[in-house]
Write a protein of this length. Structure first.
Length: 153
């Protein structure tokens, strides 16, 4: 079945003018005062039900007055490479870290949200957000990845 050109154009226009993505990627990075609990290197996994675990290395470092991040992922030893975060922010009074990458396989942004636990680990989720209406089938349900990280610093 051929996809109408107007549909393709609409998806492209939505992706390039997606206010949700623009809002996230225009956020200023957090300051050291806001993100102090998260600075360093964290290692762990991201997994969705029935999926293969993705090994993650999250690194947050101080550059000047702000904290910036990057993430490296691999599955079964196949390295995806390191990606700089397209946004990083601290929420919930300094106990929750959010970061994201523009999706490399289509429109949208991968949004990670982890909360600092009493045992010093980071636990949360990764979900695809800001995918334009009409890009995926109406009955498609994007999987939620469960993320668990431990300090490696």
């Amino acid at each position: 079945m051929a996809v109408p050109l107007r549909h393709v154009q609409s998806v492209v226009e939505n992706e390039t003018k997606n206010p949700g993505i623009e809002e996230l990627t225009s956020l200023p990075p957090p300051t050291l005062a806001d993100a102090r609990e998260f600075v360093g290197t964290w290692k762990g996994t991201s997994l969705h039900e029935g999926g293969v675990p993705v090994d993650l290395i999250l690194t947050l470092e101080v550059r000047g007055e702000v904290v910036v991040g990057r993430t490296n992922g691999s599955i079964r030893g196949q390295d995806f490479g390191t990606r700089e975060h397209d946004f990083t922010r601290v929420a919930d009074g300094g106990k929750t870290l959010e970061w994201g990458h523009l999706n490399q396989r289509g429109p949208g942004i991968e949004v990670y949200r982890v909360t600092l636990q009493e045992d010093g680990t980071l636990v949360g989720t990764m979900e695809m957000q800001c995918v334009p209406d009409g890009y995926l089938p109406e009955d498609f349900v994007s999987p939620v990845f469960h993320v668990s990280l431990e300090s490696a610093s």
